[in-house]
Design a protein around this ligand. Structure first.
Ligand code: PMV
Length: 334
């Protein structure tokens, strides 16, 4: 009997981090060079037995029933079974592997969920539509993060750029402008012409929560200054979307530089991030910026393909512990 395999890419934020928390748009794109892969290996016909989970990357090898119900892997399997209305999962092994660095803002948790959902759908003879894959993954993201925006599950499910605008918080004792529920604007859009980015990792772990909270405090102290920064980032993000959709990705370089300068002003860059960003630009990148929460974590650089190796080397020489070169293109998830 054949196996049932599915993949899901990583993701990275291209524009709009931090400003997105205050209602401005952000763009995240799939990172196809890193991915989660899930293989469901059925037991031969007539053989009964348990459902086994194998995830060598996290040293996990056990029967599904041994996992706590609120373990994210058990939860995702449970959600698929109940949403497809099947009584139980036939005996099989669910093998999970991933090349996406964990807890690095690259969407590793969401990618594993997406790949499990798709592989199980195939195994059960009920392929699951993207809309449902994304919704089921969002449920698991809530498990992991409490109040996820919905951007990770969308960009990873559709493997397309996502333009995301967060619904402003509801006023106390009232309903938000969009009413109840998740009323965020989440739009996928096409990449008219592929482009290459390098992701450089400072190796410094920096909790997003702390950076977000510092920005909140700084904004309270000087609201006018921060509103100006957020508005400028919002208009950069809108222009970036137009450039990607209209096949002029080279324009993203200057937009990245501008966005980085605004993030520096906001106080979320760091000497290491600035060093990687300037090393990339000096080596010929079209533009570069920090990506995600900042202070540490990752930066990105837009490069011409022929220049990618040189820029990678320069970023590493400037202190990056890891680089990923990825072509951003719309691809069809499997
Ligand atoms: O580092 P990531 O990929 O989790 O992105 C954080 C992005 C922020 O805008 C800083 C926070 C948020 O919740 O949007």
């Amino acid at each position: 009997m054949s196996n049932f395999t599915a993949h899901a890419p990583g993701k990275i934020i291209l524009f709009g981090e931090h400003a997105v928390v205050y209602g401005k748009p952000a763009i995240a794109v799939p990172v196809n060079q890193i991915r989660a892969t899930v293989r469901v290996i059925p037991q031969p016909e007539g053989v009964t037995g348990p459902v086994r989970i194998l995830a060598p990357g996290i040293n996990l090898s056990c029967n599904l029933e041994k996992l706590n119900r609120d373990h994210p892997l058990a939860a995702v399997v449970g959600n698929v079974i109940s949403s497809l209305g099947v009584s139980h999962l036939p005996a099989c092994t669910i093998e999970i592997t991933s090349t996406i660095p964990v807890a690095a803002g690259l969407g590793s948790g969401a990618a594993v969920s997406v790949a499990i959902i798709r592989a199980l759908g195939k195994f059960l003879g009920q392929p699951i539509a993207n809309e449902q894959v994304s919704a089921l993954t969002y449920q698991i993201e809530k498990f992991h993060h409490g109040t996820p925006s919905g951007i990770d599950n969308t960009v990873i499910t559709y493997a397309k750029p996502v333009y995301f605008v967060k619904q402003p918080p509801s006023p106390p004792n009232g309903r938000g402008a969009g009413g109840e529920g998740n009323e965020n604007t989440i739009e996928t859009f096409n990449i008219a012409k592929p482009f290459t980015i390098i992701i450089g990792d400072t190796g410094i772990s920096s909790p997003t929560k702390a950076a977000v909270s510092d920005v909140r405090v700084a904004r309270q102290a000087d609201p006018a200054r921060y509103e100006r920064l957020f508005a400028a980032i919002g208009s950069i993000t809108k222009t970036a979307r137009q450039s990607i959709e209209s096949g002029r990705p080279q324009r993203l370089g200057a937009l990245m530089n501008e966005n980085h300068a605004l993030l520096q002003e906001m106080g979320v860059s760091s000497p290491q991030l600035d060093q990687l960003v300037s090393a990339a630009c000096q080596a010929g990148a079209l533009g570069a910026k920090l990506s995600g929460g900042g202070r540490g974590g990752n930066m990105i650089a837009l490069v011409r393909e022929e220049n990618a190796k040189l820029v990678c080397l320069a970023i590493r020489k400037a202190g990056a512990v890891n680089t990923i070169t990825t072509e951003v293109r719309t691809h069809h998830p499997g």
